[in-house]
Structures are given as structure tokens and as C-alpha cells.
Design a protein around this ligand. Structure first.
Ligand code: ZN
Length: 191
């Protein structure tokens, strides 16, 4: 793995970064460019500024990238749903029955809450274990991807072979390349 940090001097005008013109993961000829965007958190002429860095991928790695959804988001959702439903039923049954009009629905609410918490935790555990098992196939950077549950708060972009995130206060963009050769070439192009 190879890490490169590209300094960002002006958040309103983030640097244009250039990738070697071949697959970022394996170095084969470029087939597509994956759009990658990170929010700079500042505005220019009333519009939010984005740091834009399209990443080249070969056909094979593009397919792999698409399949990664099936080992992260999909298992999280399915396991979460199944475990949530399983937890919902006993939780609803053991919840004290409401006596007044206001508390009549309590077992249902309680069951739903327990189901949601168990589903979120269970789904995350399943996703985490799957990532560990599949890292040899999809690359070690798979482990650096935020878990689905955290991805809503996370300001990083990930694609097969590459992980990009801002450093503290967005003073620079830190890129981690799975492929050392591409990482070194990228460094020469950008620093
Ligand atoms: Zn490739």
C-alpha cells in the first residue's frame, strides 16, 4: 500500500488531481472513470464547493467494484432486517401491556425499538465479518471502507484499490493506493 497526501491550500479552489491514465487498482488499460466527490464544506458564489477526482478503472475492476456492494450494503440490510424481525417478536411479547389509551401501543413501539437496535448491530457484525473474509479477494482497502452504519457520517470516498479522505480541517487529501506502482506514479504527477 502507498499513501500520498495532496495539500489543499485554498478550500474554495481545491487542487485538480491527476491519476495515471490506467486502472488505479491493477494498472490495466482504462475502461471507465468512476466519479468521486468530497464536500469541501465551503461555498463559492452561493454554491457548495466539491473536490472532484474521477478515478480510472479497467473493466474487470469495475465489475469487482460493483460486486462490493453485495458484500457490504446488501448483507447489512438483509441480516439487519432478519435479526430485527427475530428480536421484534419476543420484545413485543415481554413488554408490559399498556393500560391507558396512551400506552396501549407500547409493546409494539418497544418491540420496534429493540428490533431496530438489534438489527443495526447484527447487520453491522455480519458486514464486518464478511469484509474480513473477503479482503483477500477485494483487497485490503475493503477493510478501510466505513461500515454502512457509519458511512452516513463519514467524509471519505472509496473505490477498489483506492481510499481517499480529508485530513484534519481539510488541509489535505490523503489517498491510500492498494497498488504501490500506481501510488508512486500518482505522487510524481501531483506533488
Ligand atoms: Zn483493474
Amino acid at each position: 500500500m502507498h499513501t500520498v497526501e495532496v495539500p489543499i491550500k485554498d478550500a474554495k479552489n481545491p487542487p485538480k488531481i491527476i491519476f495515471p491514465d490506467r486502472c488505479v487498482n491493477c494498472g490495466k488499460p482504462k475502461h471507465v472513470v468512476m466519479p468521486m466527490k468530497l464536500i469541501m464544506g465551503v461555498e463559492k458564489r452561493g454554491q457548495g464547493v466539491l473536490m472532484d477526482f474521477p478515478v480510472p478503472l479497467c473493466a474487470e475492476c469495475e465489475k469487482k467494484e460493483q460486486r462490493i456492494t453485495y458484500v457490504t450494503l446488501v448483507p447489512f440490510l438483509i441480516a439487519g432486517l432478519v435479526l430485527g424481525v427475530i428480536a421484534f417478536i419476543p420484545a413485543m411479547l415481554i413488554a408490559p401491556e399498556g393500560t391507558s389509551q396512551q400506552t396501549l401501543g407500547f409493546p409494539f413501539v418497544f418491540g420496534g425499538l429493540v428490533g431496530m437496535v438489534v438489527g443495526a448491530i447484527g447487520g453491522t457484525v455480519v458486514e464486518f465479518v464478511l469484509k474480513l473474509l473477503l479482503a483477500p479477494v477485494y483487497g485490503q482497502l475493503l477493510l478501510k471502507r466505513p461500515l454502512t452504519i457509519l458511512s452516513f457520517f463519514n467524509d471519505s470516498e472509496n473505490v477498489i484499490g483506492l481510499s481517499a479522505r480529508f485530513t484534519d480541517k481539510k488541509k489535505s487529501l490523503k489517498l491510500i493506493f492498494e497498488n504501490d506502482v500506481i501510488g508512486k506514479e500518482f505522487k510524481q504527477l501531483n506533488l
